[in-house]
Design a protein around this ligand. Sequence first.
Ligand code: NAD
Length: 319
Amino acid sequence: SLKPGRTILASSIAKLYLEEIKTRVAALRAAGRRAPLLVGFLANDDPASETYANWTGKTCESLGISYELRKFEDRDYLEEGIMAANGDDAVDGIMVYFPVFGNAQDQYLQQIVSREKDVEGLNLVYYQNLYHNVRWLDDARQLKSILPCTPLAVVKILEYLKIYNPLLPEGNQMYGKKCVVVNRSEIVGRPLAALLANDGAVTYSVDVNNIQKFTRGEKLKFQRHHVEDLGDNSPELLQEVCRDADVIITGVPSANYKFPTEYIPEGAACINFSSFKNFVDEEVKNKASLYVPMTGKVTIAMLLRNMLRLAENREKLAQ
Ligand code: NAD
């Protein structure tokens, strides 16, 4: 049967950003500069990390960016490895493939990465700016803050899908939109819900336990988002918050989880950032207006974009 909507692949969205990055790298090289160097740190045996690392390497190569994967048999040496890269002028960007220890020690390691080289945007300063809707690193507003790359990728996807409305003032471009985000991890779901609410959306944040509402209040009266607990995560409450959602975003890390198709309003946009398919493909395509089944390629584009922004900030500071 004829499908009412369209499936949009991350590769077509990433392409736009990758072309822009390629042009900027070529301009650096034309000015006699060396190629930027991104270093990946791998200290686990997770095949997903390895795949992601290979993908990142290939993407870098196609853009004229150098990429080096540093593997650690013994994860106990990773911290020294990161510190050495922090102090090495030849290294422009650092990323660590998590999980390493799979517990709170991973958050410690994340904060060891120099904030000037943190391409994933996981430094506490960047999170704090995001949560407080602060978009600059300095009072003079010369140095743009960095955003965590997966939440940023989802925002760029929403811009591409024209859900962000460019006719509205910057910072309010999601005014009037309702979003549901199924995942509230500190890496993706919570910062994403905050970003969307900071841009004016009403965002329902769903985790395994409960559902929260992130908003800037009536008439967007607050400068940053505030959070309200709505109650335990139950099928009834989930269905209710989905009732007139414009966007449903999923990120549940499980092969068994499927978002109930019957809760998707006809014509909503659906985006899945989990490495597992959280929507039932054939069903969602008959219901969604726009469906983005995976987002990883846009995330890689965003981390490379972050790397160039960090380099720009460093240059402005050196002037
Ligand atoms: P996580 O385990 O830290 O968090 C999972 C979140 O999902 C938690 O908030 C949990 O409460 C929630 N959840 C689990 N089961 C649920 C359910 N039945 N209903 C509602 N919520 C539920 O994982 P993470 O680091 O946020 O990663 C999530 C997924 O996203 C993974 O598959 C990961 O590979 C993927 N990921 C993708 C990208 C990308 O660029 N596409 C980047 C990072 C992570």
